[in-house]
Design a protein around this ligand. Structure first.
Ligand SMILES: O=C(O)CCC(=O)C(=O)O
Ligand SMILES: [Fe+2]
Length: 300
C-alpha cells in the first residue's frame, strides 16, 4: 500500500510568458517554462499552472454554481454512490442539456468550456515543443475538438466505512485540467507515494493522459491518480478532457522510436476502440483487477 506523502507539492508552471506579447525576454521565459513542462511530464505527468488565461472570477463562479446545482434536493443519492456528475460537450455541437437552476449556469459553463479549450490548445503547443515535434504537428494531428468534454463532479463526504471518491486510474485522453473547490482529496502517485494535489486558489491542475504517453513511447507519464473523500464536506470539482477524435490512430511517434533507434513500446490502436474498452471497464467491471483495461493493453 503506497504511503501518502504530505510534504510533496505539485510543480508549478507559470504560463504568463506564453500569453504575453512576444519580445526577446518573453522568448527566454517561454523556453524556460517549456523546459519545466518537459521535465515534469517525464517525471510526473502532473503539475499546476498559474497565469493560464482562465479568469479566477469565472473559475470561482462556476464552482459556486456547481455547488448550488448539486445541492438541489436529492440526498438519497448519497446512500448509493460516492459522487454525482454532469457532463458537458462542446457547446457548438448543440447537445448539452442544462438545468434551469441555478441561473447563469449554462453561460458560466460555456464560457469556461471555451477558455479551457484555449488552454488545451496552448498546452498542446507547449507539448509539441517539449516533444521536439515539427512545428504544428500536434495541432494538425489533433485539430478536431469534437471529442473533448467536461465533467462537473460532486463527491459526498466520506463515511466512517469508506472514503473512495474515484479509485486510482490514469486518464485515457491527451491532457486533463482539474478545477476544484477548497476541500481537497485529489492525489497523484509519484515514486510509490500518494502526493496530494491540494487546491490552490486560481491555479489549475494539469495531467497528461495515455495518448501523450503512447505518442512519446512512454517517455511522458500518464500519472496514476485518485480522489479520497474527506469526512467534513462535499467536494466539487470540474475535469476537462482534451482528447483526440475517435477515428485517430495512436502510436509512438518516429521522434521517440526510429529517429532515436528505439523500439516502439506500444502497438498502434484506434482511439475509439480504447475508449470503448475503458467504457466497458465501468459498465461491466471485470471481477479480476488484472482484467481491467489500461493502456498496458497495447504494450508490446
Ligand atoms: O475530481 C477530481 O479532482 C479528479 C477527477 C478525475 O480524476 C477524473 O474524472 O478522471
Ligand atoms: Fe482522472
Amino acid at each position: 500500500m503506497a504511503a501518502t506523502n504530505n510534504v510533496g507539492a505539485l510543480p508549478v508552471v507559470d504560463l504568463a510568458p506564453f500569453l504575453a506579447t512576444g519580445d526577446d525576454e518573453g522568448g527566454v521565459a517561454r523556453a524556460s517554462a517549456t523546459g519545466a513542462v518537459r521535465k515534469v511530464c517525464r517525471e510526473y505527468g502532473f503539475f499546476r499552472v498559474v497565469n493560464h488565461g482562465v479568469p479566477a472570477e469565472l473559475m470561482a463562479r462556476v464552482l459556486e454554481l456547481l455547488a448550488a446545482f448539486f445541492a438541489l434536493p436529492d440526498e438519497e443519492k448519497a446512500k448509493v454512490r460516492p459522487n454525482e456528475y454532469l457532463l458537458a460537450f462542446d457547446p457548438q455541437l448543440g447537445f448539452n442539456l442544462y438545468p434551469d437552476e441555478p441561473s447563469g449556469f449554462k453561460e458560466a459553463l460555456e464560457e469556461l468550456y471555451g477558455k479551457l479549450t484555449e488552454l488545451g490548445v496552448l498546452i498542446q503547443e507547449i507539448l509539441n515543443e517539449c516533444m521536439g515535434l515539427p512545428p504544428g504537428y500536434l495541432k494538425e494531428y489533433n485539430g478536431d475538438r469534437s471529442f473533448d468534454f467536461m465533467a462537473a463532479l460532486r463527491y459526498f463526504p466520506a463515511t466512517a466505512e469508506e472514503n473512495s471518491g474515484i479509485s486510482e486510474h490514469e486518464d485515457g485522453n491527451c491532457i486533463t485540467f482539474v478545477l476544484q473547490d477548497g476541500v481537497g482529496g485529489l492525489e497523484v502517485l509519484k515514486d510509490g507515494a500518494w502526493v496530494p494535489a491540494d487546491p490552490v486558489e486560481g491555479s489549475i491542475v494539469v495531467n497528461i493522459g495515455d495518448v501523450i504517453q503512447v505518442l512519446s513511447n512512454g517517455e511522458m507519464k500518464s500519472a496514476t491518480h485518485r480522489v479520497v473523500r474527506k469526512p467534513a464536506a462535499h467536494r466539487h470539482s470540474l475535469a476537462f478532457f482534451f482528447t483526440v477524435h475517435g477515428n485517430k490512430w495512436v502510436e509512438p511517434l518516429p521522434e521517440y522510436t526510429e529517429k532515436v533507434g528505439k523500439a516502439p513500446r506500444y502497438r498502434r490502436f484506434l482511439y475509439s476502440e480504447y475508449q470503448l474498452l475503458r467504457m466497458r471497464n465501468m459498465t461491466h467491471p471485470p471481477s479480476r483487477p488484472e482484467d481491467v483495461v489500461h493502456i498496458t493493453h497495447y504494450a508490446i
